[in-house]
Design a protein around this ligand. Sequence first.
Ligand SMILES: [Zn+2]
Ligand SMILES: [Zn+2]
Length: 332
Amino acid sequence: MKVDYHLHLEEGPYSFRWLDRTNQALNHFHPLDEKPHTIEWIKKSEIRISNRLNKGCYSEEWLDLYLQESLTKGIKEVGIVDHLYRFHETRSYYEKYMDVTSSDLGALQQKWLDQVMTESIFDFVETINKAKERWQKKGVVLRLGIESDYFPGCEEDLKKLLSMVEWDYIIGSVHFLKGWGFDNPETQDRFESMDLLKTYEDFFEVVEMAIRSELFDFVAHLDNLKVFNHRPDEKELFPLYQKIAKALVQTDTATEINAGLFYRYPVQEMCPSPMFLSVLADHGVVFTLSSDSHFPDDLGKHVSDNLLTLKKLGYTELVTFNKRKRVMKPIQ
Ligand SMILES: [Zn+2]
Ligand SMILES: [Zn+2]
């Protein structure tokens, strides 16, 4: 059974590149008749993009493009998980744990946070819950999730924030190391001067803490620190991979094969890497599948390939979630 448990409806920062990508997504579903780059084409595109901007990412129209793509690709269960940092209600949480000091990094990250934190969590939740029945009638199960950032020491604050809503599942992610959002392309030069092995040790320590916090139904993209292709000799990471696998098994926490870095970032590799995946499989860690798509046309991307990968490793079941309960579904 094909599932995609890690999808986003929208993500800033808002730029002309973002407009262009949004236009591409709209065009995927409703291609314009006009020839590209003609005056008629740009006028029509502008009307279409304005409509999307005015109605916002929580309109039925936008959400149902995800449904349409699920039906095209035969995806039976879809989990939408916007980032926790999208929501005004979480500002004090992020400002407490991210570096938003007056340093260069802090100022850049404060600007970023202001650009991406544009919505209310309750609008998001209402949109997904309202759509569940409509999707069900078309044969696709829709689940409400959230991708929340883990920071060392955040447990009580995060628990309080997450308890505002009844989720189908909660994803824990590590996107920050000592307050630094390492997947932000604007800060990637920081990798150049780092001791990579030490940085990976620090990173996996935080990932292990996230797993052991037991706040999460699954922990996402376990090795996303590789995003810009900075990684020591992978053999050196083997003991760290084993530690993570053990933590997942001991806490009965799931993870995912996430295609996001494969098709959207310089590293062009799934998370986890093939070596990491085989360590996790040896330990019997359980998986769900995800495209980590930020646009409806990318929904389900590489889910079929990754399903096959799991099958080859001997898996017969996938992890899905309903009201914070794990439900195993046959792969076939
Ligand atoms: Zn993520
Ligand atoms: Zn994500």
